[in-house]
Design a binder for this molecule. Structure first.
Ligand SMILES: [Zn+2]
Length: 256
């Protein structure tokens, strides 16, 4: 027990040294960072896919049965996820950006919690649930401005069905987020993986791109992941909220 604690403290200091020396640090986040905000992951025993058939997020199904698809989308992503608040890990990342320690965040999450925490430079690899997009005239609407009591919601401009601006199964990764995420992976001197296990393609390739370019990889996860034995330089085992608070307080010279 003592030695495990000792090692994790030592690892925190090593991680802090790397981050302090780095002139370009990027964070890469996955479902694990939002679990403590009450958002279940998609995969795994208690994941969304154990309760819902993922077909409702298939783009062809959506086009064929927009109302059916929208009923679940509203329930999960707006009624339920919409209530979620950022946690200490999201706030620590926003604080690191404000202090100039963190350059950007690449996230696989569509829950908007990095934005809600105040992070500015966020590349949303799988899009976001803040906006709805008209499939016909490409008009964007903040979801706040659209009445979801009448499903499916329609474009105020042309009357076509609106789709959440996140990536459905069968859709490509948005070009802007895709190219910028890989550019950030190349630019980064230190790349911090948080709450991501490397199972979702093609997002899972981004950390390998960073490593390929000789970067230092810090990993924060509750258990070792696919990345740990292969590319991770410093593994910080624990909850994202706990580890991120330790990292931030050590970085900024406050007592842990
Ligand atoms: Zn339209």
């Amino acid at each position: 027990m003592f030695s495990a604690m000792h090692n994790s403290t030592k690892n925190i200091y090593q991680a802090v040294e790397l981050i302090k020396r780095s002139t370009y640090t990027v964070a890469f986040t996955g479902a694990g960072i939002s679990v403590e905000s009450g958002i279940p992951p998609f995969r795994g025993e208690d994941g969304l896919w154990s309760k819902y058939d993922p077909v409702f997020l298939d783009i062809n199904y959506f086009h064929q049965y927009p109302e059916k698809s929208w009923r679940l989308i509203k329930e999960i992503f707006y009624d339920f996820f919409g209530q979620a608040r950022p946690n200490a890990a999201h706030f620590a990342l926003a604080e690191m950006e404000k202090k100039g320690i963190l350059h950007s965040i690449i996230t696989q999450n569509i829950d908007n919690l990095h934005h809600k925490a105040g992070s500015k430079q966020v590349f949303e690899f799988h899009g976001n649930s803040r906006n709805l997009l008209c499939q016909k005239c490409s008009e964007y609407y903040p979801v706040k401005k659209i009445d979801l009591s009448n499903l499916p919601p329609k474009c105020l401009n042309c009357g076509s069905i609106l789709k959440p601006d996140f990536v459905f199964f069968g859709e490509p990764i948005p070009e802007y987020a895709n190219s910028n995420s890989f550019i950030e992976a190349i630019n980064a001197e230190v790349f911090i993986l948080i709450g991501t296990t490397g199972e979702i393609m093609p997002a899972s390739l981004i950390p390998f791109e960073a490593k390929k370019n000789g970067k230092k990889i810090i990993e924060i996860n509750v258990v070792p992941s696919n990345y740990t034995p292969v590319i991770t330089d410093i593994f910080l085992q624990g909850k994202a909220t706990v580890i991120m608070q330790q990292l931030l307080s050590t970085l900024t010279g406050q007592k842990i």
